[in-house]
Design a protein around this ligand. Structure first.
Ligand SMILES: Cc1cc2nc3c(=O)[nH]c(=O)nc-3n(C[C@H](O)[C@H](O)[C@H](O)COP(=O)(O)OP(=O)(O)OC[C@H]3O[C@@H](n4cnc5c(N)ncnc54)[C@H](O)[C@@H]3O)c2cc1C
Length: 362
């Protein structure tokens, strides 16, 4: 049965079924106390509830594409989210509301949407992981983020021991975060997306994508063209999983783009004098989002940097820290610290990790 996890690293498959490295895109992470596979929402609730009753809160793991798990692993149980399916709840001439199971592979859902003529997630093509994890960090790329289309999230609330639906307001979506990130109170069971019924994409906002499509920013293109262009751009950066390519053994971007107030941005510009202004995007309230990749590169950490301990910056993208095959979480975090501290020394800006760190710290 296909599932949300990536290919195991060896043809022989996992030797220890508790080895979490077999369930993460970094291929890193020690063993879990137990690993339970939950194939529907009832099983998810059952395993999470049973673990709590045993006094050992369960860790929820889906595609393993946004977690860094310590080499010692996690002592308690891990629940693998493997529920599947997507169903249309409502349909009008203009829109559909689709409920997607938490364990549905995200990119398969995007492919389904593009084939069906549902517009609104096409620029999120090629992102690994599960549909249920997309609200956690408000997954985004190429000018789209899931907060624009999510109309409800069904959760199991560990605190109240109840299942309920949360509104987008309650989810408190923001840039690469939400109420769910770094807070394991809620387990996502399914996500409702409201998508436009159209064979045309949403207006293309991202300059690099517009250029690849040879259109102006704000233009619409056929959904299939948008998906193909996004996947091609991503593949060129090692941002589409490929078991044979170590540049994709990552969590995608390791650091978020820093968001600076006006004073901090001016300070950064003085530090960058002589090498040009960093690529930046204006945000609400005078805030400025700055390219973390540029800061890292200009601090001397270029593509391919590293190699000690079997980890290195991807050869295709400065923001991706990768396992070259023999890496460890300890070595990966050493590299991340070196980069974070080097960028701070050079530009006075502190980078923050995008993935969730489990039983390890930066
Ligand atoms: C090559 C590559 C490219 C990437 N590109 C992008 C990108 O362009 N944009 C982007 O935003 N992200 C990107 N990512 C990061 C990642 O794919 C997304 O964050 C994805 O949504 C994570 O899904 P997952 O199922 O793998 O989550 P996991 O890694 O399994 O889990 C991540 C966190 O969410 C929690 N979680 C997972 N499922 C649930 C659930 N059902 N309920 C409650 N908590 C849950 C976990 O406990 C953990 O804390 C990329 C990653 C890789 C490896």
């Amino acid at each position: 049965m296909p599932d949300v996890s990536h290919e195991p690293p060896t043809a022989a498959g996992p030797l220890d079924p508790r080895a979490l490295s077999d369930y993460t895109t970094l291929r890193l992470g020690g063993p879990a106390g137990q690993v339970h596979t939950a194939e529907d929402p009832q099983q998810i609730v059952h395993f999470v509830r049973a673990a709590a009753r045993n006094g050992q809160p369960a860790m929820v793991l889906a595609g393993g594409s946004n977690v860094v798990i310590g080499d010692a692993g996690v002592p308690g149980p891990v629940v693998l989210i493997r529920s599947r399916g997507a169903e249309v709840l409502e349909q009008t001439d203009d829109a559909v509301v689709v409920r997607v199971a938490a364990g549905e592979p995200w990119d398969e859902f995007v492919a389904t949407a593009v084939d069906a003529g549902w517009s609104g997630v096409e620029c999120l093509s090629g992102i690994p992981g599960s549909a249920g994890a997309t609200p956690i960090q408000n997954v985004g790329a190429y000018g789209q983020e899931v907060a624009e289309t999510i109309v409800g999230v069904e959760v199991y609330d560990r605190l109240d021991d109840t299942v309920r639906r949360m509104t987008p307001d309650e989810c408190r979506f923001a840039y690469r975060t939400s109420v769910f990130k770094h807070n394991d109170r809620w387990v996502v069971l399914s996500v409702d997306f409201r998508l436009a019924r159209s064979n045309e994409s949403a207006p293309v906002r991202y300059a690099e994508l517009a250029k690849a499509l040879a259109v102006a920013q704000g233009d619409r293109v056929p959904l299939r063209e948008a998906r193909a262009a996004v996947r091609a751009l991503r593949a060129g950066k090692g941002m589409v999983l490929d078991p044979a390519d170590h540049d994709t053994w990552s969590v995608g971007s390791f650091f978020t783009n820093p968001v600076l107030d006006a004073a901090a941005y001016e300070f950064l510009r003085t530090r960058a004098a002589g090498i040009g202004d960093p690529p930046s995007w204006p945000g609400p309230g005078g805030l400025v989002k700055v390219s973390a990749a540029w800061l890292i590169d200009k601090s001397g950490f270029t593509k391919g940097y590293g190699g000690r301990g079997g980890v290195a910056i991807s050869g295709k993208h400065t923001l991706a820290l990768t396992n070259r095959g023999q890496g460890s979480t300890a070595a990966l975090l050493d590299l991340a610290r070196e980069i974070r501290d080097g960028v701070h020394e050079r530009f006075g800006v502190t980078l923050h990790p995008e993935p969730v760190l489990v039983n390890c710290s930066l």
